[in-house]
Design a protein around this ligand. Structure first.
Ligand code: C5P
Length: 468
């Protein structure tokens, strides 16, 4: 059962500690993860610290392993505030930093650490960190406890939640504590909620481009394929242009919307998984009222995709700058990056489609071997896309690639129609630790890094745990 009282008490305790550090002019480093929830949560914490006059810096890292902890320690900050990471490494962090760190997170954590005063984790208070609270929402709760003015950071809380695909309520809605953050944003006049198609560029792009730019859910034959989308719509007599101008999805009549659904259905099929994919294309839209309607930041989901692209393209500074409000150089840089990010994704997915030997299905698990063509930072995106496609919806997708010369990085995701109850976070953690690596995450999305020599042992351990 969720215990909001205990959560608020822990947040108040953490905020008293932060206030004291700020007054004492201690140097605080916010350390966060590179994905959209990481960049949003790190930015919320950093923004709140700057607002209270603290001496703070922020840094985003792809993984918190011993190498990363050693590097952080050698920088000798007075205090470390971890957002969106750290819950699986509490003993190691304590050994490195003593009591001089705070974790604000939503990943599952060992129960013996749930009561620690320097861990503000959704699971400790009965909330499902996988679906109803992002790290960004946790950071927002801490920020609110520091200062009510931080309600203006509520858009970043929901951007992080959407980046982690926590829009899993009816009609792709946000639920739980994410919904509370959403309600704060609505109340402050920062966010509006409506219902429509969820294609990226709904109001700003020609219809075929908006469909091609949408990767979640992944529409086989359409996602990333602008020409195929144009051909599919033209062939069914869609009026795509009016008076020489491309129309957009927001302009479609009810009849045209129905027809569009029929076209999409012809690609994904009408079976169980196909209908589920289609149902995920319509739902709640979260618009950020003060963002330029012609930019991807106007739609909170597109904002999350933009941040994710920055993180995955090794430009976390650009993502953080955008989260903090830079709409100048950082924005033009990010718009360039998102184009390159999509090209990279498309290239990897094309290789997967043409070279059949890269995907090996073992029972309920699809193992993707991307050693030579998937970059380490892209494994999470590729595994998410595949698991959202009609082809792999009933599978666990496990994507593998190289990490430097001696390690392998794995990303795993559960498709929404996976037939069994499994906890990926636990499976990846146990299998990685079994071979001397590090792993963890959520029940539907998790990652691991292991020594290269243990490749087959690790894969066998994962397959065995999923089959149990
Ligand atoms: O790396 P990837 O995107 O596949 O990770 C999926 C999820 O698992 C992320 O939320 C990430 O923070 C988490 N994770 C973790 N511990 C690890 C690796 C990944 O908690 N060692």
């Amino acid at each position: 059962m969720p215990d909001p009282g205990a959560l608020n008490a822990r947040a108040s305790e953490a905020s008293r500690l932060i206030s004291r550090l700020s007054k004492e002019k201690k140097r605080i480093l916010v350390v966060t993860h590179i994905d959209a929830d990481g960049l949003s949560s790190g930015s919320i914490a950093f923004h709140a610290l700057l607002r209270m006059g603290a001496i703070a810096s922020v840094r985003a890292i792809p993984d918190l392993d011993m190498k990363a902890i050693d590097a952080l320690r050698s920088d000798q900050f007075d205090f470390y505030l971890f957002t969106d990471l750290g819950s699986g490494m509490i003993d190691q962090l304590t050994a490195a930093f003593g009591v001089n760190f705070l974790i604000v997170d939503h990943h599952q954590l060992p129960s013996e650490h749930a009561g620690r005063p320097n861990v503000l984790n959704a699971w400790s208070f009965g909330y499902d960190g996988g679906s109803e609270v992002s790290s960004s929402t946790m950071a927002y709760i801490l920020a609110l406890s520091l200062d009510e003015r931080n309600k203006d950071l509520s858009p970043s809380a929901i951007i992080g939640a959407l980046g982690d695909r926590q829009d899993s309520g009816p009609n792709r809605s946000l639920t739980g504590l994410n919904r509370k953050a959403l309600e704060d944003g609505v109340e402050k006049g920062l966010i509006t909620v409506s219902k429509d198609f969820l294609f990226h560029g709904r109001e700003t792009r020609p219809i075929h481009e908006a469909i091609a730019m949408t990767y979640t859910p992944y529409l086989t034959g359409l996602s990333g394929a602008k020409d195929a989308c144009l051909a599919a719509l033209s062939n069914t007599g869609f009026v795509l242009k009016e008076h020489g101008r491309w129309r957009n999805l927001a302009e479609l009549s009810d009849g045209e919307r129905q027809k569009l659904l029929e076209v999409l259905t012809s690609f994904v099929g009408t079976g169980g998984d196909g209908s589920m994919v289609i149902s995920e294309l319509i739902g709640e839209i979260y618009s950020l009222r003060y963002e330029d309607a012609l930019t991807p930041m106007h739609d909170a989901r597109e904002f999350a995709t933009l941040l994710n692209a920055c993180g995955r393209m090794d430009a976390t500074d650009v993502g953080i700058a955008i989260s903090l409000g830079d709409r100048d150089t950082a924005l033009s840089e990010a718009l360039k990056l998102i184009g390159e990010y999509r090209l990279k994704l498309n290239k990897a997915l094309q290789i997967l489609q043409t070279a059949g030997d890269r995907v090996a299905t073992h029972g309920d698990v699809a193992v993707v071997i991307g050693d030579e063509f998937i970059e380490e930072r892209m494994t999470g995106s590729i595994s998410s896309l595949l698991a959202s496609s009609d082809k792999y919806r009933d599978k666990m997708v496990l994507v593998r690639t190289r990490s430097g010369d001696t390690e392998l990085k794995f990303s795993s995701r559960l498709g929404a129609s996976f037939p069994k109850e499994v906890n990926l976070g636990l499976i990846m953690k146990q299998a990685a630790e079994f071979v001397g690596g590090v792993g963890g995450g959520h029940s539907m999305a998790a990652g691991a890094k292991i020594p290269m020599t243990k490749r087959d042992e690790f894969t066998r351990a994962v397959l065995q745990k999923v089959a149990e």
